[in-house]
Ligand binder design. Structure first.
Ligand code: CP3
Length: 353
């Protein structure tokens, strides 16, 4: 009997009877149970307590039976290890942003709690989820160096980060120093999560799609590739998500990531034609679909599954993080629909008597 999590089998492109499913940002404010915890603790308190972060990471698994738990944390937390002060209200706020190239020199590498808390939460999740008849995967994650630089440079309120590519062109040397530092930090952070037992890790390049291909090759791809080369082993594949990346699919593939997570605007047939067969695909339901009337929602989920499920390793997911106002009933329906999906049934013409 094969007793490894379905998601791990998918990442190894093993034949499966149905795709595994989990959702980006699956633990959070759309859940009544999370809101109840948030009424007692701030977001940072949750992230800084291994007990509460564990409890929150487990919510989507217990409530919706997701095929994976993703550790509850934030991409911006490791910046505290560079002497950056972060708060969430709930949007991120950085007290000491980079306003000029010289500020980059003031970043200091220091001990940071996330390095111990996040791996600890991952090990606890593994202890709970790795055994039993249907074990579940445990995922770690980090932000891409470019996306982290975006938050550091464009000191909120965040209005689309257009100033960041401008800063990068005006101060290429300083930008490289910053991206190098963020790469080192990210490698250490992900390596600790993998040592804690993560089955796979996802890199979020939420603002990578701001860049055209040439700029992406200068400011994002080389750093992501370094992270992947340092942490991706046969046992811990890397999933790469770049938001707004229809123009970057082949470039993303060059990073060496085992799996690409497609954003919701990426056309499925275009992606299938462009990506190499060994690249695993994850995604890409529009998060807004979960607000559609039930019949339309079901149709959208089915069309995602019909488009991708024949592809070895395919992982069902959204094309970006779940939205705060999403009805929990729609999430449950989505998960149930993926779990009961069978290509044979879906393809059979409806016979009317
Ligand atoms: O997926 C999960 O369940 C794990 C948790 C997770 C959070 N942030 C918790 C969170 C993950 C994977 C992230 C990643 C993250 N954080 C990204 C990349 C993913 C993406 O959506 O593109 C980015 C860009 C951030 C930065 C960030 N953190 C923003 C922009 C915000 C505010 C906007 C928002 O969604 O509220 C946060 C805060 C944050 N991170 C919250 C949560 C649950 C909300 C805080 C709260 O509950 O008060």
């Amino acid at each position: 009997m094969n007793n490894r999590p379905l998601l791990v089998q998918a990442l190894n492109r093993e034949p499966l009877t149905r795709p595994p499913v989990w959702l980006m940002r699956q633990a959070g404010r759309y859940q009544a149970s999370y809101r109840a915890i948030k009424s007692r603790h701030s977001f940072l308190e949750i992230c800084r307590s291994a007990d509460i972060a564990y409890e929150v990471s487990m919510l989507p698994v217990t409530e919706f039976d997701m095929d994976a738990a993703i550790v509850f944390a934030d991409i911006l937390l490791p910046l505290e290890g560079l002497g950056v002060t972060i708060d969430f209200a709930p949007g991120p706020h950085i007290a000491n942003p980079i306003k000029k190239p010289e500020d980059i020199e003031n970043l200091v590498v220091s001990e940071y709690d996330a390095y111990s808390i996040v791996p600890k939460v991952i090990s606890r999740l593994k202890d709970t989820l790795a055994c039993g008849e249907s074990p579940k995967a445990v995922l770690g994650f980090a932000g891409a160096p470019w996306t982290l630089a975006c938050y550091l440079i464009e000191h909120g309120p965040y209005k689309g980060f257009q100033g960041v590519p401008v800063f990068a062109e005006q101060h290429p040397q300083a930008m490289q120093t910053l991206l190098d530092q963020l790469t080192t930090t990210t490698i250490g952070y992900l390596a600790a999560q993998i040592a804690g037992g993560a089955d796979a890790v996802q890199i979020f390049d939420t603002w990578g799609g701001l860049l055209d291909e040439e700029s992406y090759r200068r400011f994002s791809l080389p750093y992501i590739t370094r992270v992947i080369n340092a942490v991706q082993t046969t046992d811990t594949p890397v999933i790469l998500y770049v938001n707004g990346s229809s123009h970057l699919l082949e470039t993303m593939e060059e990073s060496g990531a085992k799996c690409l997570s497609l954003d919701w605007r990426t056309d499925p047939s275009d992606a299938l034609a462009r990506l190499k067969s060994e690249t695993v695909i994850q995604g890409n339901l529009d998060p807004v679909s979960l607000f559609a009337p039930p019949a339309l929602r079901t149709q959208k989920v089915r069309s995602m599954l019909e488009n991708f499920s024949a592809r070895p390793g395919y992982i069902a997911n959204l094309g970006h993080g779940i939205l705060q106002e999403t009805p929990e009933s729609a999430v449950l329906d989505l998960i149930n629909q993926v779990k009961s999906y069978s290509p044979d049934i879906a393809c059979k013409p409806v016979v009317r008597l």
